[in-house]
Every structure is written in C-alpha cells, then in structure tokens.
Design a protein around this ligand. Structure first.
Ligand code: SF4
Length: 372
C-alpha cells in the first residue's frame, strides 16, 4: 500500500472529528494478557512504524485533536514518611520544601474555581500521606463534594487506601483515585522500600471495587532499563480492567533527592513509552504528566502524536514546576488542538456557553492559574 493510499483510507474511515469509525466486533484491541517479550518487541519497532500504529489506534477511540485538561493542587505538602527516591515531599530528604498542613476547604474551593475558569475539566487533589488517617476522611469528603458542586470531575491521590476508605471516598462522589505503580515489579525495590508493589495493587483493587475510576501510571527516567518500562506497562495493562487514566511521568530531578543526578532518558524512548501505552491501553487517557516543563514543544507535539491526550494544566505539579497555562494554550493553538469539553449535559446551553467564554478568556491571557 502506498503512503497516499494509506492516507486516503484513513480519511475514508474517519468521521469529522478524525475518530476512526469502528464496529464493536472490530474492537479486539483490549487485552489483559500481555507478555513482556511482546511489549519489548513493540519497543524495538522502528520509531515511525510505532508512532503510526499508535496514532491509528488513538483515532479508533479518541478525537486526535482534543486533549483533556486536569489541574493538580497539593492539599497537604511534605513531611511524608515514605522513602520514594524521586520525591521531594519525603521527610527523609533535605529538599528545602516548605511543609503545609491539610488546606482549609475555602482554599481548595478557591483553587478549584480558578481551575474551572481556566478550562480544566478535572480537579485533582494530592496529599503527601502514606495513607490517610480515618479522621481525615470526612475533611477530604467535604472537599470532594464542594469541588463536584462546581461542576468539575474530581480526583484524589492520598496514598494507600483501605477498602472502607475507598468506599467512603466513592460515596462522597470521588470520580477518580490516583495511585501509581511507579515502575516494574523488578525495579521497584530500587525506588521505594516503605511499601510493597503488592500494597499498590491492593489499593488499586480497593479503588476499583468501590466503583471509582482508576488513575495509575508510572515514572520513567529513574535509571530503569527498557525491560522495566515494558514491565510497568505490562502490569498496568494486565490489571483486571485498564486504568481509565494512565499518567506517564518523566523524572523531575529535584536537588536533595537520591535521584537528583540521574542520567537523562533519551526523549525518543519517552515517546516510545507513550506510544506503547496507547497501543496496550487503547481506551485509556494517557497523560503527559510530570517533566513536561523540561520538554520542548516539538517533543510535546510528538507525545500527542503518539497518543497522549491529557495533560496537567497548572503552574505547579504538587511541588515541581509545570508550563504556564497560556504557554499550553498557545501550543494547542499552533497544533490545532482544543481542550476536551466538559462532560456536561449537552442540553444545558448555558453551561456550554460559559465554558466557551472561559476558554476564550484564557486565550487572551486574561487568566492564569497559580497553584500552591
Ligand atoms: S511519592 Fe507520595 S508516598 Fe512517596 S514520598 Fe512522595 S508524597 Fe510520599
């Protein structure tokens, strides 16, 4: 098949939004039985072949020119007892981070309002805990209810959750819970020693069983081998159900952490990881997460090409820097990408009109989100 005929057949197959038309019987791409050799074979494909396959897969399930926007707020910062070697919030490393107690509800609501006005559809709240104390649950449940009342999707990342805690958060209306696997089972011990891989899998099971959506991904560039990146994706894709959201983070090297001097990962290897996440978890939102501040526009564009379709849209990711909202909007405009609309009742014209207005305001640089 010539390049021209491939292009023609792609155009014939796509609807106006560029989404590939597909019948249910054609959708045989959802698998939970990946073997590491298969994943490594994907890593070893020629780069262009891999990107092409990932883009075709992406178009089967998503509008290729829309990216979902999430805003992340640290609701409790630092003094974490865990020893994650990449994390400036661990109490074990001297990173000069200023600790903060659990934020008051008013501060969270204010930040959520700004996030909504800037165009984010999901508000993620992160607390540096090993796991929440039961006494904290009513407070975070209150936050969930208030943020939802603003018409935003809610996500939290609070550490390990018991079955009971998961159920309480789900009852409060929490849409997503984030808990990353971080890396492969084999490399995990090089990164964290204070909780096990199985602890993480157990939390993901509790979250899933409570009915919340799962956000789970990992970090690359921590000194792991390619087989570990393959292992991470294999663990995620072989969960009983794929996480709805898969954040792929590039290590942010923070002075004072044991990973401060880690060697850079080849940017193409990062793009390959995104593309393979798209191929293995076709219906999941793959989020270009931490490390975006250090990626140039070309690399971000290539990540979108590879199937990334979600970003954190705020100036800080918990404690590390992230591109400014107006920088993101300018890049989107140059790439013809638009933020994924809110999941609102389409009959509610007022809500839609409000969203379009806030996005127009962001384009004119009138609003900036300042987290923390
Ligand atoms: S990654 Fe989370 S659990 Fe690990 S040290 Fe940082 S805040 Fe604590």
């Amino acid at each position: 098949m010539t390049v021209k005929s491939v292009a023609l057949s792609l155009a014939d197959l796509t609807d106006n939004d560029g989404v590939l038309a597909m019948t249910a019987s054609q959708d045989k791409t959802i698998r939970n039985n990946w073997q590491r050799e298969e994943v490594l074979a994907l890593f070893n494909q020629p780069f262009n072949d891999l990107l092409f396959d990932a883009q075709v897969m992406h178009r089967r399930h998503f509008n290729p020119n829309q990216v979902q926007l999430s805003t992340l707020l640290s609701i409790k910062t630092g003094a974490c007892p865990e020893d994650c070697k990449y994390c400036p919030q661990s109490a074990r490393y001297d990173t000069g981070l200023e600790k903060e107690k659990l934020l008051e509800i008013e501060a969270v609501i204010e930040a959520a309002k700004v996030a909504k006005a800037s165009g984010s559809s999901r508000f993620c709240m992160g607390a540096a805990w090993r796991s929440p104390h039961d006494r904290d649950i009513p407070k975070v449940a209150h936050m969930i209810r208030e943020v939802k009342a603003l018409g935003l999707e809610t996500c939290m990342t609070l550490g390990m959750l018991s079955e009971e805690q998961s159920e309480k958060l789900a009852s409060a209306g929490l849409d997503y819970y984030n808990h990353n696997l971080d890396t492969s089972k084999e490399f995990y011990g090089e990164v964290i020693t204070t909780r096990t891989y199985q602890d993480r899998i157990n939390t993901l099971a509790n979250v899933r069983n409570s009915g919340m959506k799962v956000c789970a991904g990992g970090i690359v560039g921590m000194g792991e081998e390619q087989q570990d990146r393959a292992g991470l994706l294999m663990e995620l894709a072989n969960l009983p159900r794929h996480p709805e959201s898969v954040p792929i983070n590039m290590l942010v090297k923070v002075a004072g952490t044991p990973m401060a001097d880690q060697a850079d990962l080849d940017p193409f290897e990062f793009i390959r990881t995104i593309a393979i996440a798209r191929l293995m978890m076709p219906k999941s939102y793959v989020r270009l997460s931490a490390g975006r501040e250090d990626m140039n526009e070309q690399m971000q564009a290539m990540a979108f090409m590879a199937g990334a379709n979600s970003i954190f849209y705020c100036e800080k990711l918990l404690t590390t820097p992230n591109p400014k909202a107006n920088t993101d909007m300018q890049l989107f405009e140059r790439l013809g990408i638009s933020p994924e609309p809110f999941h609102v009742d389409k009959s509610n014209d007022e809500q839609e009109a409000e969203l379009h207005q806030t996005l127009a305001d962001v384009k004119t640089d009138s609003q900036f989100y300042r987290a923390g």
